[in-house]
Design a protein around this ligand. Structure first.
Ligand SMILES: [Zn+2]
Length: 508
């Protein structure tokens, strides 16, 4: 081989400088690309560092629908859409039994630290594809994967089967896991849990940021109860959200130290999903001070995390992917004021209208087993009888305010059919998928919501940062490419069922 050929060969093979010891996935729940970009001038913490030193895509897109927390987390981590990973919503109606099912429920396991309750989130049983955590664990006996969130479904769908999921349980209320993952509450969560116990004992905790968005004082909690008053889960109180963000980083860092993540040459994985931003977004909307407050707080917490990892793992020895599980629609009333056709679909009314028509055509029956975003599921025994009425039902649905179309699962045709097909799984997705008009939401309780195929819900930020990542910006990333890209940056195999590929532009 002559010298020129050798030189050319060397130039053609991009060498990864050093295998990172830790991969980190950071998810801010409910963060649209637009909201993120608009807030960028305000960041001073970890997000500023990710943006200044990493590779920043103009946006990342989910090329699938619906856009919902469980679906988004499963997609980020498996590198595949719902048609492959099988997670079609946070909860669905099982088409065979007609019974509701949560995306992470499995009664074979129990949440550690409190009595079991019906439909607890405990395991990744419904997840049909390996996550990046599974891929990392599969790479070596010594490889570890830890996933932390304030929501069970976010932690579990990131950890997959072989990682360790730790989440803040609303009922306990502590950071815990289930018997699927461990025999005991992980020791590294105990110091944070003790802090919560103190706060709850004193009955008060207060929060306030300079922007003045989130302020509040918690009332005394009934002993041993995760609920405030009659029904509000403790975990969803607005003033708790920034405290939970901090606690998530505390638990994650204690986990890194205790388990020894990033300690040896074998790459480990840490995933943190910041849930508070979603809860505040639903309650106040993406334009609110409360949502901004929490975002800026998470920015500081990510800064604290990166600084700690610089010491614990070493600068340039870890690599980060930052993204979100879905965006959010503008508050419908705000959009209306700005002259847009916006509003809230009355899903209850829609169900009544369709049920009444089927009664008239085919005889009085309870035609629907239930309604879960984004649609309606027939009563299993009546499905075959009801489906031939599709054309009538579509016409009736389209006459309801905010409905642009009604798609039928076995035969997805019409606007956004391709997106919903990628997100659908027969047996779990609704029989009838309701397509909203732009700026119309499914929800009537929250100030705003998500799940639609529109870009405010589908477009989110995507940033890579750290070992082997080129500084730069540009392009649109598809979310199924995030896990394959991070796995290549870590020199581990991508998640086995990934539909995405590594994004070449981020590599140094
Ligand atoms: Zn979410």
């Amino acid at each position: 081989m002559n010298r020129l050929v050798v030189v050319l060969l060397l130039a053609a093979v991009p060498a990864l400088a050093e295998r990172p010891r830790l991969g980190v996935v950071l998810v801010i729940d409910q963060l649209s690309a637009d909201t993120f970009n608009a807030r960028l001038p305000k960041v001073t913490g970890g997000i500023k560092r990710l943006v200044n030193e990493g590779y920043v895509f103009h946006e990342g897109r989910y090329e699938a629908a619906p856009t919902i927390t469980s679906v988004g987390h499963a997609t980020i981590m498996t590198g595949a859409y719902g048609e492959v990973h099988g997670i079609v919503a946070n909860d669905w109606i099982d088409a065979e039994t007609g019974k509701p099912c949560l995306s992470t429920q499995d009664a074979a396991y129990t949440v550690l630290g409190r009595p079991a309750q019906e439909r607890d989130g405990t395991a990744p049983t419904w997840l049909r594809a390996p996550t990046l955590a599974d891929a990392v664990r599969a790479s070596d006996d010594k490889a570890l994967a830890l996933s932390v969130s304030a929501k069970d479904r976010s932690a579990i769908l990131c950890a997959g089967r072989a990682g360790l999921a730790v989440w803040f349980d609303a009922e306990a209320p502590i950071f815990t896991t289930s018997t699927y993952y461990a025999k005991e509450i992980p020791s590294f969560a105990v110091p944070t849990n003790e802090k919560f116990a103190q706060m709850i004992l004193k009955g008060t905790f207060q929060w306030g940021l300079p922007a003045g968005g989130i302020t509040g004082k918690s009332p005394t909690l009934p002993a041993g109860s995760g609920r405030v008053g009659d029904s509000e889960p403790f975990a969803e109180r607005k003033e708790l959200q920034p405290i939970l963000d901090t606690a998530e980083v505390d638990v994650a860092l204690e986990g890194v130290k205790t388990l020894g993540l990033g300690k040896d040459e074998i790459p480990d994985l840490l995933t943190i999903s910041f849930s508070g931003h979603d809860r505040l977004g639903h309650e106040f909307g993406p334009d609110s001070k409360e949502s901004l407050d929490d975002f800026l707080h998470v920015d500081q917490e990510i800064g604290r995390l990166l600084t700690a990892l610089d010491t614990l793992v070493g600068k340039g020895r870890y690599v980060v992917a930052f993204t979100s599980d879905h965006g959010v629609a503008p508050v419908p009333e705000v959009a209306q004021k700005r002259g847009l056709d916006a509003g809230r679909i009355d899903m209850k009314k829609l169900r009544e209208v369709l049920d009444a028509d089927l009664d008239e055509q085919l005889g009085r029956q309870d035609w629907f087993a239930g309604s879960k975003t984004p649609g309606l599921t027939f009563t299993p025994a009546l499905r075959a009888k009801a489906l031939p009425q599709l054309a009538r039902l579509q016409k009736l649905a389209k006459a309801q305010p905010g409905v642009i179309d009604l798609l039928s699962l076995p035969d997805l045709r019409g606007p956004f059919a391709a997106l919903f097909a990628r997100g659908a799984f027969v047996g779990r997705s609704p029989d009838l998928i309701v397509i909203t008009k732009p700026y119309w939401t499914y929800n009537s309780v929250d100030r705003t919501g998500h799940a639609s195929p529109y870009l405010y819900d589908r477009a989110v930020p995507v940033i890579f940062f750290g070992a082997n990542v080129k500084k730069g910006q540009g392009g649109t990333a598809e979310i199924i490419h995030v896990a394959p890209t991070l796995s290549r940056l870590m020199s581990v195999s991508p998640p086995a069922a990934a539909q995405g590929r590594a994004l070449d532009e981020v590599f140094r």
